[in-house]
Design a protein around this ligand. Structure first.
Ligand code: NAP
Ligand code: MG
Length: 479
């Protein structure tokens, strides 16, 4: 049984308390390894190491930083199957899903490496003769990355790669339910030649490690992805030091099916969005808002599809949906199924635990869901879909917006006018037309509206530079 270590100032070390926590496989219950429970003092050492390394890294020419990121991308590619197996083993998603996520991490590093050759400031026209007016992009400094368990390599990658290419040093705290793939990612950067202290990896609880990072005056930026409740606490705490904060949080994403939609396409997109990665995606479809005219046909077809999905161990071939990530998440899923039934929603498919051993749950579909029900308002984070019926397009749009979250939203239609109306009028940071609510392009800005985000900075693509740099304006009199 392996006991893994943390990376601080270029050295792989244990927790100074000697304490560890366990990592388990949610499909089998198998113990996979032990990770250090870093202390407050360990976390402070990691912050100090990042601070010490920051000037040197900032002064390394961006194309030289790019060489390291490009190498990391190639190492992730070379070790792709190994990474994906580790991800499936600790988080539960299917091997195909894990392989896709690892490829995403590889591509993010490749994209960020290109940024090293492109990034620059602006030259502006001056209103004074003999003056040069320009801006410089400088790194923020030390950034803390606090990430969730559900995309435990893609999300750290889409924070870490821009952080590093723009010259920041990093303390990365992975989620405690899936720390191994985070460690493998850090290993790839080390093998690629990242200098000591530039990237630090600290495992342990949100309460000790996370809290210390967020409350530190030596941390210049916190990029957090996770739940709304934890995010709110982070915002309040980081504000005290005027630390720059980016929060991406929960979702309750609608797929809207209009009456002209092809039912088979609408069902396929709903299954991909709602049951893909076991419904454990921030962009997962958890509400399907269907125009009355096609609601019966859609409900019947979705019920069939849900019943036919193969649930099981993500490393077994043919398995289409893995387990819930742990006992707590499974219990949450089952609690919400109970609540939905008590609120009067009608169970069409699933609703129970399944399989033996692991935290498996059936793909679940409810009909007769009303927007006021908790099942229509609160994030479950499991494979539970509620069908909400709508009288017409406007009613569907109103129901789609009747929620505190605003991450992703989809419409299924061939009606060009209504598709664009939807894109214009929906309150969500990501809009899809005839596509699944989940799935993102790494080269495009990503972030939610309303309670899905702090609404400060977008992540990914060309938008990432805004969070990970600060702008300096320089006036040069040369006349
Ligand atoms: P979480 O419980 O909020 O945890 C997220 C991270 O915060 C973990 O690393 C966690 O550490 C840490 N943390 C916990 N308490 C903390 C504290 N007091 N101070 C600082 N850090 C703390 O979320 P999760 O259960 O891992 O992930 C599921 C949630 O993430 C869902 O709500 C989902 O919608 C959201 N999500 C959003 C996006 C997006 O881009 N919008 C993407 C994916 C997921 P521990 O693991 O040690 O507790
Ligand atoms: Mg685990």
């Amino acid at each position: 049984m392996t006991t893994y270590k943390n990376l601080i100032a270029g050295e792989w070390i244990e927790s100074s308390s000697g304490e560890t926590f366990e990592n388990h496989n949610p499909a089998t219950g198998e113990l996979l390894g032990h990770f250090p429970s870093a202390t407050i003092a360990d976390t402070q050492r990691a912050i100090a190491a990042a601070k010490e390394a920051q000037k040197g890294w900032a002064n390394t020419p961006p194309p030289a930083r790019a060489v390291i990121l490009d190498k990391a991308s190639k190492i992730i590619d070379r070790r792709g199957d190994e990474f994906a197996r580790a991800l499936t083993s600790e988080e539960g998603k299917t091997f195909a899903e894990a392989r896709g996520e690892v490829n995403r991490a590889r591509d993010i590093f490749s994209y960020a490496a290109g940024e090293g050759w492109r990034m620059g400031g602006q030259t502006l026209p001056s209103n004074i003769p003999g003056e040069l007016l320009y801006t410089r992009r400088e790194p923020l400094g030390v950034v803390a990355l606090v990430t969730p368990w559900n995309f435990p390599v893609a999300i750290p990658a889409w924070k870490m790669a821009p952080a590093l290419i723009y010259g920041n040093t990093v303390v990365f705290k992975p989620a405690s339910l899936s720390p191994h793939i985070g460690l493998l990612l850090v290993e790839a950067l080390v093998e690629a030649g990242i200098p000591p202290g530039v990237l630090n990896f600290v495992t342990g609880s949100g309460r000790s490690v996370g809290n210390t990072l967020v409350g530190s005056a030596d941390v210049d930026g916190v990029s957090f992805t996770g739940s709304y409740s934890v995010g709110m606490g982070i915002y309040e705490q980081a504000m005290k030091n005027l630390t720059r904060v980016q929060l991406e949080m929960g979702g309750k994403n609608p797929t809207v099916v209009l009456k002209d939609a092809e039912i088979s396409q609408a069902v396929a997109l709903t299954v991909a969005g709602g049951f893909g990665v076991t419904g454990q995606a921030c962009t997962a479809t958890s509400r399907v808002i269907v125009e009355d005219a096609v609601a019966d046909a859609f409900a019947a077809a979705l019920t069939d599809a849900a019943r036919n999905l193969r649930v099981g161990h993500g490393l077994e071939s043919g398995v289409q949906m893995g387990p819930a990530v742990d006992a707590g998440q499974l219990e949450t899923d089952l609690d919400y199924i109970d609540i939905a039934q008590k609120e009067g929603a009608k169970l069409l498919a699933g609703g129970s635990r399944t399989g033996d051993g692991g935290y498996f749950i059936q793909p679940t579909v409810f009909d007769g869901v009303d927007v006021s029900m908790r099942i229509a308002q609160e994030e479950v984070f499991g494979p539970v879909i509620g069908i909400i019926r709508a009288r017409n397009f406007d009613d569907a749009l109103e129901k789609a917006n009747a929620i505190e979250f605003g991450l992703s939203a989809t419409v299924v239609t061939n009606n060009l006018q209504q598709a664009f109306q939807f894109a214009n009028r929906i309150d969500a940071g990501v809009v899809k037309i005839n596509q699944s609510s989940s799935g993102l392009a790494l080269q495009a800005p990503f972030g939610g509206f309303k309670h899905s985000s702090a609404n400060t900075f977008k992540e990914q693509g060309p938008a990432a530079i805004e969070f990970y740099t600060r702008t300096k304006t320089v006036y040069v009199g040369h006349g």
